[in-house]
Structures are given as C-alpha cells and as structure tokens.
Design a protein around this ligand. Structure first.
Ligand code: ZN
Length: 145
C-alpha cells in the first residue's frame, strides 16, 4: 500500500512578488490576504502587537497569539524610492518602500505606484490595502487615506 503523502501547508508561496518562504508558523496570514484582510498577531499574554505577524512573543516568550486586522490609517514615518532592486524585483522599478506607524505597531510595505512622488509627504495618513499582483501573487500596498 502506498504511503499517504503528508500535506504541506505552503500558502506563503503565494505572498509577494518573489516568495522566499514557503512554510511558516503564520501561514494563516496568506489565508487572510485571500479574504482581503491584512493581519498581524497580538500576544494574549502581554498584548504586544506584531507586524509582520509572529507566532511567538519575544517579550514574554509565549506562543499564545491572536490575529488582528491592520485597519484604519497609519502615519507615514519614512519612505524611499528605489532605483535598484533585489533579484526578482527589477521589473517593478522604480517603487517606494515605506513605513507606517499605527501606534501599537508599524507596517513596512510599498506605496501604490499610481501615487505621484510629489504627493507623498512624511506624516501623511495612509492605509494598507490587499492587492493581487500581475503575476497572481498576493501582497499589500499603501494608499492615501
Ligand atoms: Zn507577550
């Protein structure tokens, strides 16, 4: 009798322009992206919020986490327009990477390409939105609030 092949949860292969990680402890992140939700994790013990989501809290060394949705707006802390990109991202140039401050946590990501650079100002309110990339992969980007 043939041995049953073990099912591998490799949903993370669907994340980002180039996915470097197929299997993580937070694969539900991609399941939520499929539902149009950008999620982080929060430690039930100390309340610390994490984005990108973590399965383990470094503060209290516990793994009792819950998911929360990255909703509302964040303040643009900083951004940079890239003229060179890592392997696999060359076709996306130029693009802006940025950091939004949501108060309890920060979210690193890209600014939507259709926002002219002269309209991007540090301190402006932005929101994160789930997007499907041209190659079918899932990701998220920042848009003006
Ligand atoms: Zn904790």
């Amino acid at each position: 009798m043939a041995k049953k092949k073990k099912e591998v949860d490799d949903r993370f292969k669907r994340f980002g322009t180039v996915s470097f990680t197929g299997i993580t402890k937070v694969n539900d992140f991609v399941g939520y992206l499929e539902q149009g939700k950008l999620m982080g994790t929060r430690c039930k013990g100390c309340g610390k919020s994490f984005f990108p989501p973590r399965a383990d809290c470094f503060q209290c060394l516990d793994s009792d986490m819950e998911w929360f949705e990255v909703s509302g707006t964040g303040k643009l802390v900083t951004y940079s327009q890239l003229q060179y990109a890592p392997v696999g991202f060359e076709g996306d140039l130029p693009y802006c990477i940025a950091l939004l401050d949501y108060g309890d946590y920060k979210v690193f990501g890209r600014i939507a390409k259709d926002i002219p650079e002269d309209e991007i100002k540090v301190g402006m309110e932005m929101r994160a939105e789930v997007v499907k990339l041209p190659n079918g992969q899932l990701s998220y980007e920042f848009r003006k609030a």
